[in-house]
Design a protein around this ligand. Structure first.
Ligand SMILES: Cc1ncc(COP(=O)(O)O)c(C=O)c1O
Length: 442
């Protein structure tokens, strides 16, 4: 890596925009591979925080972007619409479940899309309150951070109108060890929250991640979302899924809630939607998105270049069977990680769906004390050995595995051998912790 480049970068790029795990400087990327400035190749298990769902540099997206830019580089869809975005909206309406009239809103990031929820859902219901979950990450703008329950947003004021309830975490049950996690969380919501600080009749919507990703790749019990949907229906509360990280095939279905046959009133998308270009979308009941005219709009929202990249990305997901690949290779990845767990006491839990996988590290399996420094060390060592992974979780102790959905079994075998080496080096105290400690992560 070029330390000169990183030094300059450090001088001119705002720290507010950084979470760093190791000193990488990226030169190019293709498929699942990233090349650094010195020509060293890395297998990428991050997909750039899940943006490169179809992999990097797909030739079809590249051609489509060029064609689009040459014929119509820009129009503001707010005032002068064009057909690409309409085709994209139709496609998104087609792949999201629900036999009701839907519309689509477009923006640039997961954050502005969750702001759309923060603004429009309470307005449509004419109810002032929202509910979301502790540990959730919905974005960094004021509306989306108010809806978030992650330590990354806890420094900010947020909104008193959002009540955060515990997420049903089977590995660390919020109400203590139990066989009835779903009952406990739903009862807490219905008997405590609705009866005290957040009456159901004042609650407009519940926003939830199908897998709490930055919270630590937490997969709730199978009966949780059907029960949550029932509670929402009984109380005329909108159920909104934030699929920004795990949507669009990553879990082995189009959306994480498809695993449970749940039909949300609104679905929030971004990250992999643009094939690498910035775009976000909310697909929702028509009445939510039509609650007012011109009340959540950005000049370049759904610009034609991002929209064309997005349309091609959705075609690629279908044509290349990426949803099936996520399922099959995700199962394969998890099975190999579970083998690794038998070898290293440090691995407390392996969980996930498809290619949204978390590996939680603990200092011992009884106390489950989070092993944050060791997690940082494993990520750092993997980087040195040519594998890119980040860590997440409210205790910073979960290795996040969210590779491009095109990853092959051979690449998974390689990833496992590097992870194995990194764990073994940590055990043998071969990792330079001074270097690791320079990278605080989050
Ligand atoms: C589930 C989820 N929602 C929203 C966001 C925010 O997206 P963005 O960073 O594009 O604003 C993220 C980002 O990590 C996310 O994981």
């Amino acid at each position: 890596m070029s330390s000169k480049f990183l030094q300059t970068e450090d001088e001119v790029i705002a720290n507010a925009l950084k979470i760093r795990f190791y000193p990488i400087s990226v030169k190019s990327a293709y498929g699942t591979q990233i090349k650094d400035e010195n020509g060293k190749d890395y297998l990428d298990l991050t997909a750039g925080w899940a943006v490169a769902g179809i992999g990097y540099g797909h030739p079809k997206v590249s051609n489509r972007i060029k064609e689009q830019y040459d014929s119509l580089s820009f129009t503001s869809q707010l005032s002068a619409p064009e057909p690409t975005l309409v085709s994209l909206a139709k496609k998104l309406i087609e792949v999201t479940p629900g036999q009701f009239q839907k519309k689509v809103w477009f923006g640039h990031s997961g954050s502005d899309a969750n702001d759309c929820i923060a603004k429009l859902v309470p307005l449509e219901k004419n109810r002032a309150r929202m509910i979301s979950f502790m540990g959730s990450y919905h974005g960094q703008t004021m509306g989306s951070l108010s809806l978030s329950g992650h330590p990354a947003q806890s420094k900010f004021i947020g909104s008193g109108n959002v009540i955060k309830i515990p997420y049903p975490n089977p590995y660390r049950p919020p109400f203590g060890e139990t066989t009835n996690l779903t009952d406990q969380v739903i009862q807490f919501l219905e008997q405590e929250v609705f009866k005290t600080i957040c009456p159901a009749e004042d609650t407009a919507g519940i926003l939830v991640e199908g897998i709490q990703s930055d919270g630590g790749l937490i997969v709730p019990p199978d009966d949780f979302f059907p029960r949550l949907q029932k509670t929402c229906k009984q109380n005329n509360i909108s159920l909104i899924f934030d699929e920004v990280k795990v949507g669009l095939g990553r879990t082995g279905e189009w959306f994480s809630f498809d695993h449970y046959n749940v039909v949300p009133d609104a679905v929030v998308l971004s990250k992999s939607l643009g094939g690498g270009l910035p775009i976000s979308a909310v697909v929702a009941r028509q009445e939510i998105l039509d609650v007012g005219t011109g009340i959540h709009m950005f000049t370049a929202s759904g610009n034609p270049v991002s929209a064309s990249a997005s349309l091609e990305t959705l075609n690629i997901i279908e044509e290349e069977n990426l949803i099936e690949n996520s399922k099959v290779n995700g199962d394969y990845f998890i099975s190999l990680l579970k083998e690794l767990q038998k070898k290293y006491e440090l691995i407390g839990d392996v969980r996930g769906k498809g290619l949204a996988i978390g590996v939680e590290l603990v200092t011992d399996r009884i106390s489950k004390t989070p092993a944050a420094r060791q997690t940082a060390a494993v990520c750092y060592r993997c980087f040195e050995l040519g594998l890119l992974v980040f860590y997440v979780g409210i205790h910073s102790n979960v290795i996040e595995i969210t590779p491009p959905l095109i990853i092959t079994k051979q690449e998974i075998d390689l990833a496992i051998s590097i992870l194995d080496q990194a764990f073994s080096d940590l055990q043998d105290k071969k990792i330079n912790m001074d270097l690791v400690d320079k990278y605080a992560g989050w």
